[in-house]
Design a protein around this ligand. Structure first.
Ligand code: SF4
Ligand code: SF4
Length: 400
């Protein structure tokens, strides 16, 4: 990138929030916006689009999605800003249709919250093209229409572990601006892990360059283990905010004890967008070191960037890498044969076959699998496990 730049010293606001208690959150959101230089006037007369993380229709207690109480607090603030329009927009995993949007908004508790405010839910499922002339991995992105038309975009992300990218915070949440099934095309196009992370940095950067954009992160209760949808809720206890998503994620990675292990952050730091060390982040507000979760469970896949076998993709046409790297396995007992995984697989390597008692079960043809873990992310029954090669398990245990 040459034309897009970020101030690596941009403030990252931290406010300790032990719960989703609404009055406390309202003051936290208001203080967060002030701390990152946003005033009520900045929203006046503007079309403000809020992009939460609604990866799939799960209730807020599952901690896979942005908690509605955080949206409630943000909307309360915006109710007094004399905006032109406030719209909640998300392209979740799976099909991007009006009925799928309606279901996600309902189940995630977003529809109920929005009904109390001067805001609307997006049901427009069209998309546009956003050029990214400075992109290093991609020169163009397909982006959902409300995001293309926003004057102010608020990235209302959720902090959690992620099987593919190690962590999901501000950067990864922008992937949900790409319409529905087109996301699977991106997984196939950027099947190389490094390219996928470079693409995410391009996307986050070009969205921030397109309009006024800010990042607000629900890190009150996050998810550990096999996120973004199949992990376990974990108390983190804070709200984060910044105008620099990369700096926010650098700090967030330290909270989840995966500092220096998140390739998309390493890539952003290489471009000079953010500090590589959380200690160098310009953190303001409450102290954050006491919030570090030293026992935070990583996803089983954990592409850490420290992996000593990272050179394997280039050997023997990638065959060794496929053998060594974690891969998805269907848990046949709980699989109900709904086909969601097959529909979400970018390389169409999952088929539904009937077992002896005539019940449909998913089956993965491993050779073509690109290890994107979309199947694990989107299985509504948590029936996709991640299997690790025993040698890699041993290496991880030895801390190499
Ligand atoms: S693995 Fe999950 S998504 Fe795939 S068919 Fe079985 S239950 Fe459905
Ligand atoms: S089987 Fe799962 S991990 Fe493999 S390519 Fe398909 S969706 Fe991705």
């Amino acid at each position: 990138m040459t034309g897009i730049s970020f101030d690596p010293t941009a403030p990252v606001f931290v406010r300790r929030c032990p719960s989703y208690d609404t009055p406390e959150l309202m003051s936290a959101v208001s203080d967060a916006l002030a701390a990152i230089g946003m005033k009520k006037d900045d929203f006046r007369g503007k079309t403000v689009v809020i992009k939460p993380n609604l990866v799939m229709k799960k209730p807020s207690e599952a901690a896979a999605t942005t908690h509605p109480a955080v949206l409630d607090a943000l909307l309360s603030y915006l109710d007094n800003c004399d905006t032109k329009q406030v719209l909640i927009a998300e392209s979740m995993g799976g099909p991007y249709t009006e009925s799928a949007l309606r279901a996600v908004y309902e189940v995630c508790g977003i529809a109920e919250v929005v009904s109390h405010h001067n805001a609307a839910l997006n049901f427009d499922t069209t998309a546009g093209t956003l050029p990214a002339p400075d992109g290093e991995a991609s020169k163009m992105f397909d982006i959902i229409t409300p995001v293309m038309e926003a004057d102010v975009l608020i990235n209302l992300c959720k902090l959690k572990s992620h099987s593919l990218t190690r962590m999901s915070g501000a950067i990864k949440n922008t992937f949900g601006t790409i319409p529905g099934l087109v996301k699977f095309e991106y997984h196939a196009r950027f099947s190389d892990y490094t390219d996928f992370n470079r693409m995410l940095v391009d996307l986050s950067a070009v969205l921030h360059a397109r309009c006024v954009m800010l990042d607000l992160c629900d890190a009150i209760v996050g998810m550990e283990g096999n996120g973004p949808t199949g992990g376990t809720p974990r108390q983190i206890g804070c709200l984060l905010a910044s105008r620099n998503p990369f700096a926010l994620d650098t700090l967030a990675s330290a909270l989840l004890s995966c500092e220096h292990e998140v390739p998309m952050i390493t890539e952003a730091a290489r471009r000079g967008y953010c500090p590589v060390d959380a200690d160098k982040v310009n953190a303001v507000g409450d102290g954050w070191r006491e919030l570090i979760l030293s026992d935070f469970a990583p996803p089983e896949t954990a592409h850490t960037g420290r992996n000593p076998l990272h050179w394997l993709p280039n050997l023997f046409g990638g065959k060794l890498y496929r053998w060594f790297s974690p891969h998805p396995v269907i848990r046949t007992l709980s699989c109900v044969g709904c086909g969601e995984c097959a529909r979400s697989c970018p390389v169409h390597t999952i088929e539904l076959t009937k077992n002896k008692d005539g019940k449909k079960k998913a089956h993965i043809k491993p050779d073509a699998c690109i290890r994107c873990f979309c199947c694990q992310e989107l299985c509504p029954y948590n029936s996709v496990d991640i299997k690790k090669n025993p040698l890699m398990k041993l290496i991880a245990r030895m801390g190499l």
